[in-house]
Design a protein around this ligand. Structure first.
Ligand code: NAD
Length: 337
């Protein structure tokens, strides 16, 4: 049985908590939040202890794994604290605020001999897993061009720290990082980024950024991060991948959220369904799969499904995009260690 301490009991912790309810051999023993009522709300699901500060989770010796669901600017501090206390650590994305922080987090977790994973949950979404498998099957040929969109209302309306780019990294580092990670997972290293956007203009509750990524393979991706929807506006994701033998598209607003049109298979023209898992199966929920993947790695002393260096490389690309906006020029993506 792995004993988990959850630090931060805000929005995403609530989603993690729902997942933990369905995972065997893992028990949440304590939940901490500086607003104890929030911790109490989640802790009661598990009969867990309520603590009023993350440090109190770190100090407990009956906890094997720390799940960091804190605002982004606190990831570095708490991953280091957890590692130094000898605890395995699952931390929400983005990995950190800077590449330097990420490097130190990797070194410290390695030194402590603990498992460390950043929750790039898109890798566990059935649609995205199907996209990757379809690409690998070769049915759309060699992918050449990608267009992606992720957007909704500005989260800073409800949770203030998201509105401070120093704390959240804005829509690119906080949200579009999902797609950056997914594309890097599918297509490998990115060579250059050119981005435009108003992330540093500090327009209240309105951020809109556009990125062009050139991969080392020659593939070009155009991605949009949109935090401009009115309050309550619906969240949407889209991804279109064109290869030299077909096109694959996903739109979260469509009833069939994944379509493939392949030249080699004329029968699939007009749309093919490719979302295999039943959403009613609680174990197919992406966050549940992500947490289970991490816990299995801890239990079996295996490599985590997302290696720390991968999360660092993804962060590096997101930060290069921010630099491109700041400097108003294309930025070469430098190797991280
Ligand atoms: N994977 C995803 O799809 C996804 C979705 C949403 C958020 N996130 C990420 O999850 C992280 C948390 O986001 P959120 O929306 O849940 O934020 P949130 O502000 O809703 O929750 C954070 C909680 O941490 C608490 N907190 C702050 N300092 C603390 C401390 N020292 N000790 C204990 N508690 C403390 C706050 O009181 C708050 O309740 C962010 O990094 C965000 O980017 C990921």
């Amino acid at each position: 049985m792995l004993r988990v301490g959850l630090i931060g009991a805000g929005g995403i912790a609530g989603v993690h908590a729902l997942s933990y309810e369905n995972i065997k051999n893992v028990k949440i023993v304590a939940v901490a939040d500086i607003i104890p009522e929030k911790a109490e709300y989640l802790a009661k699901k598990f009969g867990a202890d309520v603590l009023d500060h993350g440090d109190k989770i770190i100090a407990r010796d009956d906890i094997d794994v720390v799940d960091v669901c804190l605002p982004t600017y606190l990831h570095y501090e708490y991953v280091l604290k957890a590692a130094r206390a000898g605890k395995h650590v699952l931390c929400e994305k983005p990995m950190a605020s800077t590449v330097e922080q990420g490097i130190e987090m990797i070194k410290e977790t390695e030194k402590a001999g603990v498992k460390f994973m950043t929750g790039h949950v898109l890798r566990f979404f059935p649609e995205y897993v199907s996209i990757k498998k379809t690409i690998e099957s070769g049915s759309i040929g060699t992918p050449k061009v990608v267009r992606g969109y992720r957007g909704g209302a500005h989260p800073g309306r409800i949770t203030k720290w998201y509105g401070d780019v120093e704390k959240s990294g804005g829509a690119i580092q906080d949200m579009l990082i999902h797609d950056i990670d997914f594309l890097r997972w599918c297509f490998g290293p990115v060579k250059e980024v050119y981005a435009k956007g108003n992330v540093y203009k500090r327009v209240q509750y309105l951020e809109y950024d556009m990125l062009t990524l050139e991969f080392e393979s020659g593939l070009i991706a155009h991605l949009t991060a949109d935090w401009s929807k009115p309050e309550g506006g619906s969240f949407a994701t889209r991804l279109e991948i064109a290869g030299d033998e077909g096109v694959l598209s996903h739109d979260s607003d469509d009833e069939i959220s994944l379509n493939a049109i392949c030249q080699a298979d004329k029968t699939s023209v007009g749309g093919g369904v490719a979302v295999p898992e039943s959403p009613l199966d609680p174990l197919s929920v992406p966050f549940t799969r992500e947490i289970m993947g991490f816990m299995n790695a801890v239990s079996n002393n295996e490599e985590t499904p997302i290696k720390p260096i991968e999360a660092l490389r993804t962060l590096n690309i997101a930060l290069a995009a921010l630099e491109s906006i700041k400097e108003n020029k294309p930025v070469l993506v430098k190797e991280v260690f």
